[in-house]
Design a binder for this molecule. Structure first.
Ligand code: PAF
Length: 285
């Protein structure tokens, strides 16, 4: 496995990789969720490139950026074991010049949810992903469904900027109690970790009600708030039931809906989501 830390090195490695390249961009502190993306890429492409870069521009709060877990040696070991051909591991100075003046702003799908609660977040994500796509030049790129709005943003970006890249979405990987895998889970104390399972229970409650025929957006949001209300350590940022394509809040849901939520447990902010369908998927039962 080759490790490149400069853009010039990464471009040289990329030129040596023949066949279609699958790309897995990450913030590092890898877990099973990331590895499921890597495995899919290794299976579906001649070559796989991953990046490990804690992108400063997508963190609004500098303390959140500083606190974000980092374990580069372990990440490289996991990527090597999973069969990755090359890793791009740049310092921030390689990606951003002090006088950078070009940024990528995706409109509409960024208006609600994370876009509303984390101003500037998607500008940071869209800008870094555009840079990484230009450097790595993949045929396919892999992202987790756990970041449902990020997926919608990146699909729009690829469409609007005419990148010849297929965005592949992979299902959320969960712990046995339903908690979605996230690098941030490592920051939870044992008590907070128990409370964090409440996010999944809230989504399950929405799915149960949806399966029973409820389509009123406010009642579906209400049942999630109620489920989270029973968890004293959980401070709700938002609960949402939205149209899965436009991500606009639904007054009355259609055949399917995107239920999502963001919750703070102590200093750790967690997000999760589920596509509500008339018949619950196995994941949501
Ligand atoms: O989902 C993530 O890990 C990040 O937002 C991404 C796509 C690697 C951009 O920094």
């Amino acid at each position: 496995m080759r490790v490149a830390s400069t853009i010039a090195e990464m471009r040289a490695v990329r030129r040596s990789l023949t066949g279609g390249v699958g790309f897995v961009p990450t913030l590092g502190a890898l877990h099973e969720g990331h590895l499921s993306l890597v495995r899919a890429s290794v299976e579906q492409n001649a070559r796989t490139v991953a990046s490990v870069f804690v992108n400063p521009t997508q963190f609004g709060d500098p303390a959140d950026f500083d606190r974000y877990p980092r374990d580069t040696d372990r990440d490289l070991e996991l990527l090597r074991e999973a069969g990755v051909d090359a890793v791009f591991l740049p310092p921030a100075s390689e990606i951003y010049a002090a006088d950078d003046s070009t940024f990528v702003e995706v409109e509409q799908v960024t208006e609600g949810l994370e876009g509303e609660h984390r101003p500037g977040h998607f500008r940071g994500v869209a800008t870094v992903v555009t840079k990484l796509f230009n450097i790595v030049a993949p045929r396919r790129a892999y992202f987790g469904q756990k970041d449902a709005q990020q997926l919608a943003v990146l699909r729009r970006l690829v469409r609007d900027l005419h990148f010849d890249i297929e965005i592949v979405a992979m299902p959320t990987v969960r712990e046995p109690d339903g908690l979605a895998m996230s690098s941030r889970n490592a920051l939870l104390s044992p008590e907070q970790r128990r409370a964090a399972a409440g996010l999944y229970r809230a989504l399950q409650r929405a799915q149960q009600l949806f399966s029973a025929g409820e389509r009123d957006g406010e009642r579906l949001r209400g049942v999630m708030r109620e489920a989270l209300g029973g968890e004293p350590l959980a401070q709700v940022d938002y609960v949402s039931v939205a149209d899965p394509a436009s991500l606009r809040e639904a007054d009355s849901a259609g055949e399917t809906a995107l239920a999502s939520l963001a919750v703070r447990i102590g200093a750790v902010r967690l997000i999760d989501n589920a596509i509500l369908t008339p018949h619950a998927s196995r994941e949501m039962t």
